[in-house]
Design a protein around this ligand. Structure first.
Ligand code: PBG
Length: 326
């Protein structure tokens, strides 16, 4: 029997030149934001056990790393701090001499053009490890807001180009916007972790940043993975409060949410390929089960195809090299 096929998609897959011509999207190093974990001191570069290939860096070596990454075409880093001291209110987060504030200044000195983003949250600075102040073992939303705003202001004063609140308190974008505006930083954009789920995929990060909660979990402030529609509500609130860039986190297991937000929002959209996504890839690579470059680039391409403009990823320097070699 002979059949005549009218549609043969393979006609346009026959040669590399067709495949090249018909790509709808392409990754570039300028899509990436690279996370750095900053510790006090100088000359410190210690491998992070839970995140193969990532390091705890003192501000001077964070600047050196940022410069290397910038030279690869990655335009931005996001800084997380491990402070020398912690207390119930996370006061060290707003210390002008804290590791993040020092690293911001050091990076801007070496690579002034680089977009230096800072994570704004209390969990790395509180002794209980929650993202806000506690009242009777519950996170007290409104009492937390001024502390977040003061931390963001201290990052701004150090020279940060972008502040990124990740705490998931209601109203924090507005609180940060107000204080920044009052203090002369009306030009400074806010990238809000708008849609942040309570995810098991943050495990390796919490070890890296020393911010696992001492008791309980983050489900009273981060979102339930079983809820999709609530993502639209969080988006609307952040738009109303003045976010400049919105974010979905995690990325790979939440591609449907990235698309949902992309279709409803005209702001730039970032997605965070989180520590657990990276750790899974690296574990599979170490076990000889996946090709690092192939699976790494495909995971990033999928996030961009879902609608992300920017991708926060631990793969940033390696992916930039892979793209350069193509
Ligand atoms: C701080 C924060 C977390 C991550 C980014 N900012 C941890 C958490 O919310 O528990 C996770 C990033 C990652 O897993 O790579 N609130």
């Amino acid at each position: 029997m002979s059949i005549s096929l009218v549609r043969r998609p393979r006609r346009l897959r026959r040669s590399p030149i067709w495949r090249q011509m018909l790509k709808e999207i392409a990754l570039t190093p300028s899509d990436f934001i690279y996370p750095l974990f900053v510790v006090p001191g100088s000359g410190v570069k210690k491998p992070i056990a839970s995140l193969v290939g990532q390091y705890h860096l003192s501000p001077d070596l964070a600047a050196e790393t940022a410069a290397e990454v910038f030279a690869l075409g990655v335009p931005s880093v996001i800084l997380f701090g491990l402070p020398a001291v912690k207390d119930p209110a996370g006061a060290s987060g707003a210390d002008p001499e804290g590791p993040v504030q020092q690293a911001v200044r050091a990076i801007k000195k070496v690579v002034p053009e680089m977009v230096v983003a800072t994570d704004v949250c209390l969990c790395e600075y509180t002794d209980h490890g929650h993202c806000g102040l506690l009242l009777n073992d519950q996170v007290d939303n409104d009492a937390t807001l001024p502390h977040l705003a003061r931390q963001a202001l201290s990052h701004a004063r150090a020279g940060a180009d972008l502040v990124a609140p990740s705490d998931m308190m209601d109203g924090r974008v507005a609180a940060i916007r107000d204080l920044l505006d009052q203090e002369g930083f009306s030009h400074l954009p806010i990238m809000s972790y708008s849609v942040k789920y309570a995810s098991a995929f943050y495990g390796p990060f919490r070890e890296a940043a020393g911010c696992a909660p001492r008791f309980g979990d983050r489900q009273s402030y981060q979102m339930d993975p079983a809820r999709r529609r609530e993502a639209r509500l969080e988006l609307e609130l952040d738009l109303a409060e003045g976010a400049d860039i919105v974010m979905v986190k995690p990325a790979g297991p939440y591609l449907d949410i990235i698309r949902e937000i992309r279709d409803r929002c005209h702001l730039p959209l970032a997605a965070y390929q989180v520590s657990g996504e990276y750790a899974m890839l690296m574990a599979a690579v170490a076990a000889g089960l996946l090709d690092e470059r192939g699976a790494g680039l495909e995971s990033l391409l999928a996030i961009k195809r879902a609608g992300a403009d920017l991708i926060i990823t631990y793969l940033a320097p390696r992916a930039a090299r892979w793209l350069g070699d193509q």
